[in-house]
Design a protein around this ligand. Structure first.
Ligand SMILES: [Zn+2]
Length: 233
């Protein structure tokens, strides 16, 4: 895939994630450059719903760019995860609302339906106080914090960021978008189910099997989400 094609897909991913309720005025999505794995693409500092291909900047793994437009403060989430995880080709960072409770309460986010089977091996929880104490603005605003988040994420698909949001990663842009959307949906459904009674979660075996099946179905979802995003919210 050319950088131009990746740039176009990234602009589309921004609009999809807004339409599907994962991003709002804040949050961002990036993709690693296929032919140059030490670089990644990320929009300039702006609301995701308005991102077009012209707004996409290219960064190295220190979060630096020759492009002088204003970057996102939290670009280090992306740069350090790409450095730590050669298998990761795309990263979504969001503050999607249903996920927030699982970062601040002593309740584990677990898969309640097959679409979120990728959660079966567990998600990680990042506590920024462990790095910078109690007075921070909670933002991952430098490489050291990005590296700490990447260490917490380890080999998981999702990390919760206490009092802030979450990050979802995958080996393709389409799958990272899928995971961000279904992390949000699973969190909302899990909250509802827990209010009703004792929840029967997917087993690890069920989750892994469902995730393997769904990974082959992502193109169908991407096509639908693209159409909805093109029509606008
Ligand atoms: Zn954030």
């Amino acid at each position: 895939m050319t950088v131009a094609d990746q740039t176009a897909s990234l602009a589309r991913a921004n609009r999809i994630l807004v339409t599907e309720g994962v991003l709002d005025a804040f949050g961002h999505v990036s993709v690693r450059v296929t032919d140059d794995p030490d670089r990644f693409l990320l929009a300039r500092n702006m609301a995701p719903a308005s991102v077009t291909a012209d707004d996409v900047m290219e960064f190295d793994l220190d979060g630096r760019s020759e492009d002088e437009r204003r970057p996102y403060l939290e670009r280090f989430i992306h740069s350090e995860i790409y450095r730590a995880r050669p298998d990761v080709m795309a990263v979504v960072h969001s503050h999607s609302p249903s996920v927030i409770p699982f970062g601040v309460c002593d309740v584990e986010l677990r898969p309640v339906f097959h679409m979120a089977g990728f959660l079966a091996d567990g998600v990680r929880r990042f506590e920024i106080r462990d790095e910078v104490g109690e007075g921070s603005d909670l933002l991952v605003r430098n490489g050291a914090l990005g590296a700490a988040l990447a260490r917490t994420l380890a080999d998981a698909p999702v990390a919760l960021m206490r009092g802030h949001g979450s990050v979802a990663v995958a080996g393709s842009l389409e799958l990272a978008v899928y995971r961000a959307i279904y992390t949000e949906k699973n969190a909302a459904i899990q909250c509802q189910a827990q209010a009703m009674g004792t929840v029967e979660y997917l087993t690890v075996g069920e989750g892994r099997a469902a995730a393997a099946t769904n990974a082959g179905q992502v193109a169908r979802a991407w096509d639908l989400w693209s159409r909805a995003a093109a029509e606008g919210p």
